[in-house]
Design a protein around this ligand. Sequence first.
Ligand SMILES: [Mn+2]
Length: 303
Amino acid sequence: MKELYIVRSPYTFNGMDVRVEKPLFTVVGIPLDSTSSFRSGCRFAPLYVRLASQTIELFSLRSLINIEEIPIADAGDVVIPHGDVTRSLSIIEGVVSELISDGLRLVFIGGEHTISLGVVKGLMKALTTSNVCYLCFDSHSDFRYEYLGSKYSHACVTRRIYEILGNRRITLVGIRAVSHEEYRDLKNSNIRYFTSNQVKTLGVREISRNISKALEDCSKIHLSIDLDVLDPAYAPGVTTPEPEGITPTELLDILQLIIDDRFISLDVVELTPSYDQSMITSIVAAKIINEVLGMIYSKISMK
Ligand SMILES: [Mn+2]
């Protein structure tokens, strides 16, 4: 393998082997922590999610999959030149495009949400299909053209991805925090979005049907989970907490209904361990990753 900008972590995800001969999934930490507008510290999230993962039971009652049997490798963390977002993004893009290959799926532990831009660019560079879709669970639409003078702020990540993918290949779920201008731009873009209030009022089944419909034409799907989509009661340790969120159960119930074998990659972002009392958010992040792995694996196994 080409020399990548990657360092080892003291823990591996789920305590798995670092090098698995033929992994189906590879876990990569991306500790980008440069533009957070409120509480910083998400550079330590990959370490804490790996630590939390040591305590998660690995048989999934949702998908009836023994996660220990899934070949998962942990590649370590991408080396990030903190403070230099554009260079960080090009390193992320390079690592992702080198790692992704036929049949291998990637799991990224952020880092701030900006990493999703590097991930999407890396996928677009390496994959033969250009029909990659971006499905994002987030309390924020992140649709500002720029924030505090930066086009690469975590508050602009959906906008940058929209400039690459266009409106038909983006779906946002759990939205409840936008500026007036952002809302106007989001409406004009015709991006499909579902608010956290719609999740509550329509219910898991109806909202999942709507999301699946929005994903109908996608060949491959990148799933991005900003942990602030969850209510701060369940995920207090995030950079910008936002009240009125969905529950971890609602999130996983929706994912269980929509995930299929087109889901090739996942990122879990915006965790700040220093604000995470009792590791609540780190543990929920590790749980979400494991359940998503189980869901994707059960769909691959069915084929
Ligand atoms: Mn957010």
